[in-house]
Design a protein around this ligand. Sequence first.
Ligand SMILES: [Zn+2]
Length: 411
Amino acid sequence: MILSARSLHLFSVRPWLLTTLCLVLAACQPSQDDVNSNEGNTDTFIRGKLNTAPVNIDLYDSDEADEQTFEVQPASNNVQDSDSLEEPSADEELLADKELSSIKQQPTENTDSLSSDSSVPTDRENLLAGKQTDARFCLSDTATNSANSVLEDCRRISKRLASVSFEACTSANLKAVGCASNDGFPLYVTDFPPLKSRTPHGRILVIGGTHGDELTSVSVVFRWIEKLNEFHSGLFHWRIAPLMNPDGVLPKEATRVNGNGVDLNRNMPSSDWHEKALLYWNEKTNQDPRKYPGASPASEPESQWLLDEINEFRPDAIISVHAPYGIVDFDALQLNTAPKSLGKLRLNMLGTYPGSLGNFAGINRDIPVITLELPHSWVMPSQAESTRIWEDIVSWLKKNIDTRDSASQQN
Ligand SMILES: [Zn+2]
């Protein structure tokens, strides 16, 4: 269902429309479009040589009303299952995390699954530790569903997500990474590589759809891909995975977890995984099936892919999109560089969890991780707001990520 005020030419009665929609959906937030912005700053985009298309005025004309798209609403059980209803408050979670050290550690069956009596580390252990190896984790033991093609998969994605048109998906230039989700859906990335004329400031990895019931986190990333298609200037080398958890997003009833029932943002091999992940799940979430961290760190093909990507692409920063807290979280060793706000989202550090990407990449690997929590899981932010968020991300990266000197020293 796509609801476009512009297409109806009914700006003057738009509040009526939205009020009606709010009643129907019973989950609608106040329109962000109603706040006109004059911050359509295009400075952060330097048009690339390949860009011959005219600037899309919709993205920048602040006088233009925005479309607001409602993603297909998940089944009612998922609405009730929303994070905002179930998650303890951020402060509670942070407190709970800190309290973990006082919980007596209980041995679990899984703790020993990775420990080896041999003094020679296995490929898996090397990969988990980020050591150089020729092996790729997710390719080693995951069957890919080669019958699927990008076109077929884009058809599924665009059918599922109202804001992602088939054309937007096919023009995203998605490439299968060679490994598939637990249920056999190929994982895809799109790359915006360095341009000959310019040394990029660094490598940036962008991830959407880690939690399958956060539909907007996929669609917003597709919007950003569209922007890069027009404006990629070589400022950064971007690698973008819009849909990390297809098993959770694509079924009619979206789920936070993957097809194996694992919370992918608790399955990353953070250094405290063995000590805390299952303990946390047992003691602090009361074995909430939505937050199951898996039987062992990086047990899932999706998290194995992400680990491979971090080991091989070596991002200088990671942008991970979630919903629906409506804040910006930041994990890094240098916390003083945290962005104060991105678009209307304000910084609110949630702390870390055993097995989370912020914990693993931000703390253990010292790769700054910006976690965006969009305000709603299935109501899209306006075009103006998603553009502002993107521009603010690029501005933050320009200010804080610049590896050109160290890159030239290595060469
Ligand atoms: Zn999430």
